[in-house]
Design a protein around this ligand. Structure first.
Ligand code: PT1
Length: 279
C-alpha cells in the first residue's frame, strides 16, 4: 500500500518521506557559453547524493525556472538519455525523468528510468498516451502559463482551490487514459506562475491537497520564494530550503525534491520522527 511500482519492477515505498535529489543537465545559469556539461561530473554528483540518502534521482534537460526558453527534443535527448543510462549502470536507485516530451519519456524509460516527472502534467502532445503506455509512475505538477512568462502577473481568485481543481482534473484525465491512481504523485508547483503570497498560501494549505489521495511532492529548494522572504541570493538559500523541507514533512508531504540531500535527509527524518514516532 502507498507504494509506487515502476515498469522495471522497482518500487518506492512512501510510508515514510523520501528524498528526490536533483540532477540538472541544463546550462542556463552559465551565461558566458564557456562551460560545457561534463557527464563524469554529473555521475560524481549522483554518487554523492546516493551516499547522502537520496531515494530518487531526478534527471532533467529542460530548465523550467522563470524566464527559461524551450529546448529542442534532440537537445533534451542528448542531455538526458546518456545520464539515465550511466546512472542505471551504476545503481539500482529509483530514477525519475523531468520532462514534458513524449519522446524523452519513451527513451528515458527504455534506458532504465522508473518515473516521469512532468511540470506540465502530461498536457503536451502525446505525453498522456505515452505515459499511460509506459505503465510507470507519474508526477503531475501545477503550472500557470509557461516558464518564459509565468512570473509576469500570476493571478488567481483562490489559489488553493484552483490548483486543487487543476490537479483533480489531471488525475481524472490520467485515469481515463489508463494510469492507475496508485501510480500518481501530485505537486502544487512552487514558483510556477505564483506570487510570493500564492506560494506561502499553498504551502500553508498543503494538507488540503491530500483529499485526492495521491502522495504529494514538493520542490522549493533554493527557489525565489525564499529569496523574496529573506532577501538573499540563491547560493545562500540552503538553510531555508531545509527548514521548508522539514515543514513540508510535518504537513504530510511524501517526496521532497532538493539540491542538498545530506542536510534535507536529516531535517526530513527528524521531522518525520516528531510527527509519526521513531520506529
Ligand atoms: C518542482 C520542480 C520540478 N521545480 C517538480 N519538478 C523545478 N515535480 C523543476 C524559482 O522561483 O517544484 N516540482 N522541476 C525547477 N523550477 C523552478 C521554478 C526553479 C521556480 C526555480 C524557481 O526560483
Amino acid at each position: 500500500m502507498n507504494t509506487l511500482t515502476s515498469c522495471h519492477g522497482r518500487s518506492l515505498n512512501l510510508s515514510r518521506p523520501r528524498i528526490m535529489g536533483i540532477l540538472n543537465m541544463t546550462l542556463d545559469s552559465f551565461s558566458d557559453g564557456g562551460w560545457f556539461f561534463n557527464p563524469d561530473d554529473a555521475l560524481c554528483q549522483v554518487k554523492k547524493m546516493l551516499a547522502e540518502g537520496a531515494d530518487i534521482i531526478d534527471i532533467g534537460g529542460e530548465s523550467t525556472r522563470p524566464g527559461a526558453g524551450a529546448v529542442l527534443v534532440e537537445e533534451e535527448l542528448a542531455r538526458v538519455i546518456p545520464l539515465v543510462e550511466r546512472v542505471r549502470a551504476e545503481s539500482d536507485v529509483f530514477i525519475s525523468v523531468d520532462t514534458s516530451k513524449a519522446a524523452v519519456m519513451r527513451e528515458a524509460v527504455a534506458a532504465g528510468a522508473d518515473m516521469i516527472n512532468d511540470v506540465r502534467a502530461l498536457r503536451e502532445h502525446e505525453a498522456l498516451e505515452t505515459a499511460a503506455a509506459l505503465q510507470t509512475p507519474v508526477c503531475l505538477m501545477h503550472m500557470q502559463g509557461e516558464p518564459r512568462s509565468m512570473q509576469h502577473r500570476p493571478e488567481y481568485q483562490d489559489v488553493v482551490a484552483e490548483v486543487k481543481a487543476f490537479l483533480d482534473a489531471r488525475i481524472s484525465a490520467c485515469e481515463k487514459a489508463g494510469i492507475a491512481r496508485e501510480q500518481m504523485v501530485i505537486d502544487p508547483g512552487f514558483g510556477f506562475g505564483k506570487t510570493l503570497e500564492h506560494n506561502l498560501t499553498l504551502f500553508r494549505q498543503l494538507p488540503d491537497l491530500q483529499s485526492s489521495g495521491c502522495p504529494i511532492l514538493v520542490g522549493v529548494s533554493r527557489k525565489s520564494m525564499i529569496g523574496a522572504v529573506l532577501n538573499i541570493p540563491v547560493q545562500e538559500r540552503m538553510p531555508a530550503s531545509v527548514a521548508l523541507a522539514g515543514l513540508a514533512v510535518w504537513l504530510g508531504v511524501a517526496i521532497i525534491r532538493t539540491h542538498n540531500v545530506r542536510e534535507t535527509f536529516d531535517a526530513v527524518n527528524m521531522c518525520h520522527a516528531v510527527a509519526n514516532g521513531h520506529r
